[in-house]
Design a protein around this ligand. Sequence first.
Ligand code: BGC
Length: 766
Amino acid sequence: MKTSITLALMTATAMQTAAITPDSAIERRIDSIMSRMTIEEKIGQMTELTLDVIGHRNSDGQFEFNEDKLSEVIGHFKVGSILNVSEMALTRDEWHKVIGRIQQESMEKIGIPCIYGLDQNHGTTYTLGGTLFPQNINMAATFSTPLAEKAASITAYETRAGSCSWTYSPTLDLVRNPCWPRMWENFGEDCLMNAEMGKAFVRGLQGSDPNHIGQTNIASCLKHFMGYGAAATGKDRTPAYISPADLREKHFAPYLAAITEGAVSVMVNSGSINGLPVHANKELLTDWLKTETSWDGMIVTDWADINNLYTRERVARDKKDAIRMAINAGIDMAMEPYATDFCTLLRELVEEGKVEITRIDDAVRRVLRLKLRLGLFEHSVQNPEDYPLFGSEAHKAVALQGATESMVLLKNNGVLPLKNNCRILVTGPNADSMRSLNGGWSYSWQGDKANEWAIGQNTILQALRNELGSDRVVYEPGVRYDDQGSYEAELAPEIEKAIAAADKADIIIACIGENSYCETPGNLNDLSLSANQRRLVSSLAATGKPVVLILNEGRPRIISDIEPLADAVVEIMLPGNSGGDALAGLLTGRFNFSGRLPFTYPKHTNSLTLYDHKPSEQTETMSGAYGYDARVDVQWPFGAGMSYTTFAYSNLRADKTDFTVTDTLTVSVDVTNTGNVAGKEAVLLFSTDLVASITPDARRLRAFTKIDLKPGETKTVTFMLPASDLAFVDYSGKWVLEEGEFDLMAGRETLRVNCTTTHPFSTPNR
Ligand code: BGC
């Protein structure tokens, strides 16, 4: 069967200015509100405090206000924003009450609604009973932006159901060091992937009109601007050193794409780039983010990061000096989050002329614009009853699809799908844990309460029992996490018990990886998988029974010594509440695999590399007198991922082979399902510049899409590739499209095209 379907796609095209068209009615309202505001009220709008300042969670788990504190914070200091939870998630009805009380106080005392922010990072992190989607690293592995957009729109709906209108999401840090404990919060190592997923999230969260964000949508907040994922040490909140070219071409790209799509707020990287903390970097915050793009959105700090300028980074003498630096650099709102002295000190700085009132007015305009865009003056709270689809089966179905499409089959010596009637041993510390399926930002910051609160959801073990019948499943973990300790803590292993249990099984499903963690508590010193877990796998492999490794982890823990012992390997990352069900369906063949790695899986702790490395990193043996061997050996490359069917690529072609900067190349490739079952295929278009004035990247992803193919079916995928997408940032920090040849690659197909004229771009963003 041969059907020919053309999918016309636009890639992340050259991005231009004017992020959001201003709405004159909103601007007039801002003028009118600001004309009546005192300096205290203005500074209050620039202040954000955490919920714990105005109350606490009582022994019944209910949030109880401290009315005196509430009155001090809102009545006296006029604070305009509150964030976060007290310990853990609340139900949507509790959120409705808590945010309702804050809004009532804000309208009475200030006449301006509060903007409440939550980290609803992979669905409703902090709303009990809502939908938890796979983490962002999994959404990237789906290579499906429509799916990401759908998940984000459900997150918005379920968040607004509890009257919260702002989320600190999506996270668009390019992960350039896989040791970083926040790797899984992002969309992997590639800038186009982060840009496209970022745009999908902005559309899903905010809807189609950023000036009028509806009652089932919420404001996005891109984070953490920028370079956070490139920490040299791989530890959280440690310095990054990034070349000017990489900073503009790769790290800035996802932010630029997402603000051009309409993102209305941005949170700043807690760390430093090339020695300067980003919270004090006027060039990046004001020039790049606001001025060059004409972006009129709002910039909020990360947690306590003004304080960090003097307590940790030592670029400021004291708190007042730190506030001066940050506000003058372009910060509009301070996530303090505990103290009100920000208000007093900033007022003093204005009186002393160290912060201009025009800067304060600019910041306040941006805060008010955000509140007006959200319609908060008219609808500061929502009725939970108006959101009947909250936590519904329809929403869960999208989470299940996301989890299914994100799991990556990396190796299969024919043991998968599982044979009918086979008996399985389910083992490993991740087999019976909702906590490890979800990762951090799940009911609580560290995700440590998921086993208690993921009610009605299935662990891998439960899902396999449902799928195969309990009599075919033996469970013996062999290694367990110590849920009372750090995320790395494990109890004394009981590997002998697992070996004994293997006797009763035909095949071993080893669920290994990491327990949940988030931010700095997730730092590590060795990327290798834990010694106990590696010993569990090698001991089980010695029984002679086939072993399937299920990798349930937030970053690629090195398994090079046990991978050769496995007959199949599935990377499931952090698939969320539906992860167990998705995996069970995939292992039996009821579903088919279609995920691909959005990162490079390393093989050795000291050979960390990225797919867009420079060619010298893959030189086999360097010629000349030294005979250097610079070969980098990875476990699995970016884009790896198999299926129960096979796909063949043919006929990669373009409508022109010679082009200049004004051209758009129409690039097509035929993809055929050559196997016996239906499957989905992520089609990836790469390029490489054969010769350039700075060493070109070995490969760059230029476009991607995902298609469905029945057995024997062929589809033609067509990408519209603007020639300017092949430009790069040169040694002087400017965009240029250089004449000369490029190779375009899809599957194993390669096509050479030629740029006939060099074009230097005159604007900073092409
Ligand atoms: C994290 C942010 C988060 C913020 C508010 C910080 O510690 O770095 O990602 O949005 O807290 O919870």
